[in-house]
Ligand binder design. Structure first.
Ligand code: FAD
Length: 500
């Protein structure tokens, strides 16, 4: 089901496909909030920009977020001080807090109707055993001289053991905001193309050239990769530094009074609450049930977890929308922002927002745009995209080492003999035929469809996701529908299909 945000705008309105090769000053790959924010700033600075989007604008993580605009990224500041020092944590806090006001300024300046509201943000716990972590976080914020409050009083419909409150944070409808930024880009001579997948980029004649799957190219001095997970593996090597994590969201209406502000708890199982406006009515969202993308999931381990929590407190709730999406998480929990690689001139990236991309996309767009415009940005050192991290997660690395030269030369007779009765209708499974893996989906009429269940990004074995009926990659989070069509990157090629 589409998200609340997609249902609140004319999401069917399409930008056309790229239908000829073009030149511009800055080519931006990816029409999510980061890419479109860059297009906004750079087109206002007088540069000719072109945005190339594989699907529809905002159709991936940005269109499925919960859109809290906050510098409270969980209990994070104690971690930041311990890992990177006081000055670093101070800069992180201030740049994210400033981003709230930067977004508000854009909303006012461009007269954007996107349900922007100031709200207090809370991280809470219901467990007394977490109190030490809250005390440590408060001490960290005191050390940063940030005004926040520990309290046990909230407007949630249940008791909390403790909550940490940041005042004057904000929330909005991310797609109303994104589509309004696009209007400004178009007014400033920018071009936006959808259904246009970029599969590679290279330097030619001193320009960066983006190669699109439909055969056209865009040549530019500057290239920004805003595709979420970067799709070009070398150089950059982002595949060794980031994974993706999926979360689920339910939007509901109720006749019971709703809470004020927004909330997230500090430890799994994660529950995130906010209110929103829908058709002029105040409704609420509950999100969570996070897991690493590619893990085997069922309805009972995802949406049911949220529904059980919801009906405990709002037994009359009417569920309006259910959706899910994923975001990139780096191993040190910081985004990568700046040069894609030291080896590539004038190619920029921002990724790894770890589910806090509303402020971080604005911060990143400012850093990247300042680099392009030759302006000093005092926060550019924070998220240096060329920093080198040790690969800490050995399981992911092992999983990435699956044979990438798999080919679909299989014995079809043996497949015919295979007993598929163990696969329920509308479900899928990876089966093994003489050492060859085959992805099978059995539809509601018991027809079988076969794909090569090997990710087209780096050759990891995919797993079946029975909630969304997709093939998901446990290494880097690429996702494909049951028919093999690519949905989420970093992969961009569809899975091989075959018929019996
Ligand atoms: C469930 C959930 C809830 C969240 N809630 C919050 C929140 O409350 N507050 C907060 O701050 N953050 C939140 N986040 C995080 C935030 O939504 C993301 O960090 C942010 O939306 C990422 O924006 P983006 O532009 O980087 O990526 P996207 O929105 O994914 O945009 C990338 C775009 O690039 C396109 N693309 C990919 N590959 C190609 C290609 N090869 N060629 C052309 N185009 C391509 C994609 O189609 C996509 O449209 C949440 C994340 C999740 C998963």
């Amino acid at each position: 089901m589409d998200s609340l945000w997609k249902n609140s705008i004319n999401f069917d309105k399409k930008f056309s496909k790229l239908d000829k090769s073009l030149d511009c000053d800055v080519c931006i790959v990816g029409g999510g909030i980061f890419g479109v924010s860059c297009a906004y700033y750079l087109s206002k600075a007088g540069l000719k920009v072109i945005v190339l989007e594989k699907d529809r604008l905002g159709s991936k993580t940005t269109g499925n977020t919960t859109a809290k605009i906050t510098s409270q990224h969980g209990l994070f500041y104690d971690y930041l001080i311990n890992s990177f020092g006081l000055q670093f944590a101070n800069d992180y806090l201030h740049v994210n807090n400033n981003a709230i006001y930067e977004i508000k300024n854009i909303v006012d300046l461009e007269n954007i109707d996107c349900d922007f509201e100031f709200k207090d943000s809370f991280v809470y716990t219901t467990s007394e055993s977490d109190l030490d972590a809250f005390t440590a976080e408060k001490e960290a914020l005191d050390a940063l001289k940030f005004d926040c409050e520990l309290t046990s009083s909230t407007s949630l419909p249940f008791e909390v053991a403790c909550a940490l409150k940041f005042s004057n944070q904000a929330q909005f409808n991310p797609l109303k905001y994104l589509y309004s930024l696009c209007d400004v880009v178009l007014k400033n001579r920018g071009d936006i193309f959808c259904d246009t997948c970029v599969f590679d980029f290279k330097k030619q004649d001193n320009l960066n050239v983006a190669f699109c799957e439909n055969g056209y190219t865009v040549r530019s001095k500057y290239l920004i990769i805003g595709s979420g997970y970067p799709f070009k593996n070398v150089p950059g090597f982002y595949f060794s530094k980031m994974y993706q994590s999926t979360s689920y969201v339910i939007a509901f209406e109720t006749d019971k009074p709703l809470f004020d502000g927004y909330y997230i708890n500090n430890a799994p199982p994660i529950f995130s609450y906010r209110t929103a406006l829908y058709n002029g009515k105040r409704i609420a969202l509950i999100g969570g049930a996070d897991h690493k993308t590619g893990k085997e999931v069922s309805y009972s381990s995802t949406y049911s977890v949220l529904e059980n929590e919801l009906f405990k407190y709002y037994p009359d709730a009417n569920i309006l929308f259910r959706w899910n999406t994923e975001d990139c998480i780096s191993l040190d929990k910081l985004p990568y922002v700046g040069y894609y690689s030291n080896l590539l001139e004038n190619v920029f990236v921002a990724t790894g927002f770890k589910k806090w991309g509303m402020t971080l996309s604005n911060v990143s767009a400012n850093i990247v745009c300042d680099m392009i415009l030759g302006k000093k940005n005092e926060y550019s050192h924070l998220f240096d995209s060329t920093r080198i991290n040790p690969i800490k997660n050995i399981d992911e690395v092992k999983n990435m080492a699956v044979d990438t030269t798999f080919s679909l030369i299989i014995d079809k007779l043996k497949i015919k003999d295979f007993d598929f009765s163990s696969i329920p209708e509308d479900s899928g499974k990876v089966i093994d035929i003489d050492g060859k893996k085959v992805g099978v989906y059995k539809d509601k009429n018991s027809n079988l469809q076969f794909v090569n269940p090997i990710c087209t990004h780096l050759g990891c074995l995919l797993s079946w996701n029975d909630v969304d009926k997709t093939w998901d990659c446990p290494c880097h989070g690429s996702r494909f529908d049951y028919n093999g069509k690519n949905l989420y990157g970093p992969a961009f090629k569809n899975l091989e299909k075959f018929e019996l």
